[in-house]
Ligand binder design. Sequence first.
Ligand code: 8YV
Length: 324
Amino acid sequence: TDTPPQILVPRPVMPMILDQLGQRFRLLRLWETGGETALEAAAPHIRALASTVGGAPVDAALLDRLPKLEIIASFGVGYDHIDAAAAGRRGVVVTNTPDVLTEEVADTALGLLIGTVRQLPQAERYLRAGKWREANFPLSPSLRDRSVGIYGMGRIGRAIARRLDAFGVPVAYFSRTAHADVPYPYHPDLVALARNVDTLIAIAPGTPETRAAINAEVLAALGPRGILINVARGSVVDEPALIEALKTGTILSAGLDVFADEPNVPAELIAMEHVVLLPHVGSAALYTRQAMAQLTIDNLVSWFEGRGPLTPVPETPWRNSPNA
Ligand code: 8YV
């Protein structure tokens, strides 16, 4: 038929996505249209889903309700909210937004690292509280006598490592596999990595394999000078173990952009003056979010023009997939 394909949009996304998709497709904006009843009626006709990190999980149960679904275009590089393997088994393509956010997230990681090590947010609070006139801000730890372990050596991990190179900071890493094209020392597991560095940056994907990988043992290995930076997923850290380690001085501090149950941040973390907490802003610059939005749109347009997905995830059985 000539009716434009119908796209399910479960949660609000950037207006430019709604505008551009709305010009070519029929959108079911679930958050403003009748919820469950609307979905029930439209489900048999839905051909695409525009999804977002932190949005409603796209699991096998939802896929079963969408028999005509062809593609899930997700806004964000991580897609742990989507059961991509289940989608693949049903022949449903999943796309994400790699590359366009790599440098932004690496920038944020370095900002959070330096902010946490040099206690810049605390120093700013100190100035604003009028305490400078009373005394200088206390001396902070330094990046100068630190070495950084990176957990995850994909696109963003490499971009972080490149920046640390330029800063003259030694880097080592652990990831699922050692990479022949990466010059930094590889450690066979997280405990070994943590033992050999005092600063750990998490940038591994949220998978069953990485769940709570940074646990009490890893934090103990990081030691009392230890600083943890997480720009990956809250799920890669055992959050209660982290809170305990921060309370007891097992590690020194943490800079966290992601949490186990966003947007809920444990009160115990909020109460800790020495940690730095950000509301998942790793990619959240207008320039980069527009690029992510455009890639989300372009994946859907390309698909429905018969040109295939631009950036399918590895689980997607697609002939152009770089990982196929
Ligand atoms: C999200 C992210 O896309 O890309 C990712 O994996 O975590 C972010 O860039 C962003 O929070 C929008 O949901």
